[in-house]
Design a protein around this ligand. Structure first.
Ligand code: HEC
Length: 158
């Protein structure tokens, strides 16, 4: 009797320690990325999203723009399929993590490039919405923020 409890105790203690390590080992990465996204989203929703609301999210998010030309019969179909395509490639409306191709850092890289090179919004968008074009200050702010956020996510391999 004395002998048994002597042997069993250290074994079960060791099992418990292993179980705890395994539990946290598996849980911590997803928990910390969730917290990280939550932290990033605070700034995204308060300062970044309002800026890109019309310029980007009218295609890559909820339909925030409802211009009159949408109601023209042929254009209506054209614009809507265009938006469907845009959304299937990239969705930024609900914050982080963004839905798109590859890791968050890949997505952010293509977002940075498309703003930097003014590849987005597509050319014809500004024919209709010239007033929406980012000014220099907005462009710099957005580029800095997306680049900084990308570096943070890169460290976490996200
Ligand atoms: C008028 C609709 C429209 C607007 C506004 C728009 N986009 Fe796009 N975007 C598209 C379409 C359509 C595609 C897919 C075809 C392509 O890549 O050209 C796309 C593709 C992209 C891609 C590449 C996604 C991939 O993985 O292929 C990125 C990044 C992107 N857009 C970023 C932006 C950003 C940033 C803005 C705002 C500055 C923006 N877009 C505004 C329509 C739009």
């Amino acid at each position: 009797m004395l002998y048994r409890s002597f042997v069993l105790r250290p074994v079960s203690l060791r099992l418990l320690v292993v179980a705890i390590i395994q539990f946290f080992g598996f849980q911590l990465p997803s928990l910390s990325s969730e917290l990280l996204y939550r932290e990033i989203n605070l700034k995204y929703f308060s300062q970044v999203r309002p800026l890109i609301e019309k310029n980007c999210l009218s295609c890559h998010g909820q339909n925030t723009l409802n211009p009159w030309y949408r109601d023209l019969p042929i254009i209506d179909g054209y614009i809507n399929s265009h938006i469907e395509e845009a959304k299937s490639k990239l969705e930024m409306g609900d914050g982080f993590p963004f839905k798109g191709n590859g890791k968050q850092t890949d997505i952010l890289w293509s977002v940075v490039k498309s703003i930097e090179l003014e590849r987005m919004p597509p050319f014809n968008f500004y024919l209709m919405h010239k007033k929406l074009k980012f000014n220099k200050k907005q462009k710099t702010f957005l580029l800095n923020w997306f680049k900084k956020t990308r570096l943070i996510l890169l460290k976490e391999d996200l």
